[in-house]
Design a binder for this molecule. Sequence first.
Ligand code: SF4
Ligand code: SF4
Ligand code: SF4
Length: 286
Amino acid sequence: MLNSDLTQQIRDKARELLESKAAECVIGYETGSDGAIARPAFIYSPDGVERLVFDDTCTHNLASYLVNRKGKATAVVLKACDARSLNVLLQEKQVARDKVYAIGVACDGIRQAVWGRPKGELQDRCKACQGHTPPIYDVLIGQPTSPDPPAPSDFSRVAEMEAKTPEERLAFWQRQFARCIRCYACRQICFGCYCQECFVERLDPEWTGIRVAPAQNQMYHIIRAFHLAGRCIACDECQRACPVDIPLSLLNRKLEEETLEMFGHRSGLSAEAQAPMATFRPEELE
Ligand code: SF4
Ligand code: SF4
Ligand code: SF4
């Protein structure tokens, strides 16, 4: 349902930024053609701000588009979970802070939708969300919640999986990855997958074959999961984008849990924290 108050505040801020030329482009949401999922909107002139909306269908992480606008003054609407990915992009020097104007939104949650049909229920990430206020913003739209860091993700499904034997776990993932059609929607939707040439498409050196086949699929998913370790912000967008419902979030949560246990690190809570894979502490040798 459209949140008229948040929508109006976003439109007002977007108009102000475009009129003053503080931003060349405002990336926000507009109503999708199916009405079930809002779609990303790129607004370049004040006349276009009336297209912007904010409601419980605004699922996309718009920070994903910032890497393609390097060096151009860009304003972007960010929910709390999405704002964590801006922090990761800043840590990784993929965007310059002075070129990004973050319109943070304290959101109440996004609803599930399957193939253009709203399901009514909140998304899993939103059911577990305890930090509705973005950790980074230039202006906050909506009421701030507790300043404490949000609680870690729910790892109960990881625990269920770990209760199985290694053979059962291997069989489970082999079954899942065998269904993958290598469409790469999971990669394309992820803010953290920004390499111009993904390892999976490199021919020299060839890391894995491009065939849609169980062993190659498995290699793609294992390496992608490692590339997101300590960086994934648990938005679940890769799983939502998957046309064959592979439970990618389960794999992501496992690596999130490991990163928390081994390094005490949670991704994207601040732009200054160093990601564990990008640094080294001598005591790690012990
Ligand atoms: S996880 Fe939290 S911040 Fe993200 S969309 Fe859901 S309620 Fe909003
Ligand atoms: S949940 Fe998926 S899409 Fe979101 S950051 Fe993690 S790997 Fe990327
Ligand atoms: S979105 Fe699903 S089917 Fe497509 S590559 Fe990713 S896991 Fe495979």
